[in-house]
Design a protein around this ligand. Structure first.
Ligand SMILES: Nc1nc2c(ncn2[C@@H]2O[C@H](COP(=O)(O)OP(=O)(O)OP(=O)(O)O)[C@@H](O)[C@H]2O)c(=O)[nH]1
Ligand SMILES: Nc1nc2c(ncn2[C@@H]2O[C@H](COP(=O)(O)OP(=O)(O)OP(=O)(O)O)[C@@H](O)[C@H]2O)c(=O)[nH]1
Length: 437
């Protein structure tokens, strides 16, 4: 993967910039000098393109400081690893000998350098030192404010332009790993244990128990047809001693939410005789919110009289109560009679694959343009173009004129994507909007 390093003396805002570029909080930001101790690395994703970003530890001027010396050597070794170096200087306090020293090193190492003047929210102040920045010898500097997000997109675009000019491939690969993490969630007595045991038995699965993240949780790695599934928090499910675990907290919010967080696919087990409750709705909402794939299981269909003729009723019940995850596959099962289990496994796999599916930018824009024509956005709102920018969950970014996009129109966009490009069965679609200017 193409690699970009952030280099600069202490306290110029490297960690702040790193966080801004990756969009998460990862390195520690502190206004004491030398707080960033180790190099941190992560991926920057931008319109389906990505590169690896490394926040280097600071280079310090005092050779008598042993730790700093070690860090300095580390950084020097790293310079050779970077395809591009983002050299950060401080626009608020201007240049010091450290910056010139570092510039020398960078020139000697033949690195491709983008000079970035951070803390440039106050342009007047910056302009006092304008010539100084040129004198570093890296051409025209880019003035940014990591803290306020100013010119961050321009910086990313410049990085991408230069990386591509070097012939480096930036198209994102799928980041699927080989294990599908599954949580079985449902009210007490819905039949989760019976279902889990049914899966193990019916699929003649290979099972490896793994201690989970909470003290009394057990995750189990199950291999079905050569594919690995990690079932999250099966402590209450496997060999249930009814007295020990019965009902107490398998549906307590905290425990369910924890399981949801750890999983890729959430399987909602519903007792067909009881139907979907308010609690089920709440938990499904949480799963959707966290970007998890969902599968809905109506269990105990052996107890439903005339089930064959009543299937549609259940579907309608699902659409009414769980309309916000209406993209989920619905599977009818009798855990006790081991019926429907193969279909359930297929649905889990499909939902998981949807999480990672990527559609083409041209397709997104074609359908969005049509949508704008036939069902125009509310007055004052303009949507220009967009692209899928991420997976897990599939996330789309649209450029607008900055007007708020109402919820109903966002739902229209999702619907249009599902109906005309890819259905993303089981996966939520996240939307982001950005002012073009
Ligand atoms: N005014 C202003 N301050 C900033 C900006 N970016 C970062 N800072 C501040 O500068 C200080 C240093 O930021 P860091 O991101 O920790 O700097 P660093 O280069 O990683 O520092 P070391 O850990 O010492 O290497 C913090 O107090 C930040 O809040 C900016 O764009 N404008
Ligand atoms: N008839 C019928 N009974 C079922 C089915 N699935 C589960 N049951 C019964 O429903 C009861 C509850 O099943 P469990 O598997 O213990 O349910 P659970 O969701 O694990 O329950 P908690 O541990 O309380 O959360 C048991 O008596 C099961 O035998 C089914 O498909 N059909």
């Amino acid at each position: 993967m193409a690699t970009v390093l952030i280099v600069g003396k202490s306290n110029v805002g490297k960690s702040t910039l790193f966080n801004k570029l990756i969009g998460k909080k990862k390195s520690i930001v502190d206004n004491k000098e030398g707080v960033t101790r180790d190099a941190v690395s992560d991926r920057v994703s931008y319109f389906g393109k990505s590169f690896k970003l490394i926040d280097t530890c600071g280079i310090f001027e005092r050779p008598e400081d042993i730790i700093s010396e070690r860090l300095k050597n580390l950084t020097l070794n790293m310079l050779s690893e970077g395809d591009i170096i983002i050299f950060v200087v401080d626009g608020k306090y201007g240049l010091t000998s450290e910056d010139y020293h570092l510039a020398d090193l960078l020139r000697k190492s033949n690195s491709d350098v983008i000079l970035v003047v951070n803390k440039s929210e106050n342009e007047k102040k910056v302009f006092v030192n304008f010539d100084d920045f040129y004198s570093l010898g890296f051409g025209e500097p880019l003035f940014i404010s990591a803290e306020q997000g100013k010119n961050i997109d321009r910086l990313i675009e410049e990085v991408i332009k230069r990386l591509e000019k070097k012939g480096l491939k930036l198209e994102e690969e799928e980041e699927k790993d080989s294990i599908i993490r599954v949580a079985l969630i449902g009210r007490p007595n819905a039949g989760k244990s019976t279902l889990f045991n049914g899966i193990l038995e019916r699929e003649r699965a290979l099972v490896t128990p793994i201690p989970g993240t909470t003290r009394d949780a057990i995750d189990e790695l199950v291999e079905i047809n050569g594919k690995k599934y990690l079932f999250i928090d099966t402590a209450g499910l496997r060999r249930k001693s009814k007295v020990e675990y019965k009902s107490i907290d398998m549906y307590s919010n905290v425990r369910s939410i924890k399981s949801i967080e750890l999983s890729d696919v959430v399987v909602f087990v519903i007792d067909s005789l009881e139907g979907i409750t308010h609690q089920d709705q709440k938990i499904a909402g949480i799963a959707e919110n966290r970007g998890k794939a969902t599968v809905v299981v109506f269990n105990k269909i052996d107890l439903v009289k005339n089930f064959k003729y009543r299937k549609q009723e259940f579907i309608e019940h699902f659409m009414e109560r769980l309309y916000f995850v209406s993209y989920s596959p619905v599977v009818f099962v009798s855990a006790q009679e081991r019926y429907g289990i193969g279909k359930l496994i297929k649905a889990i796999k499909e939902a998981y694959n949807s999480l990672f599916y990527r559609v083409q930018t041209s397709a997104v824009n074609a359908v969005i343009q049509r949508m704008i024509m036939f069902s125009p956005p509310p007055r004052g709102l303009k949507i220009y173009y967009g692209a899928q920018v991420d997976v897990k969950p599939p996330t789309f970014l649209f450029f607008t004129n900055g007007k708020k996009v109402p919820e109903f129109y966002q739902n229209n966009i999702r619907k249009i994507i599902r109906e005309n490009i890819y259905h993303f069965t089981g996966a939520p679609i996240f939307l982001k909007f950005k002012n073009r200017h």
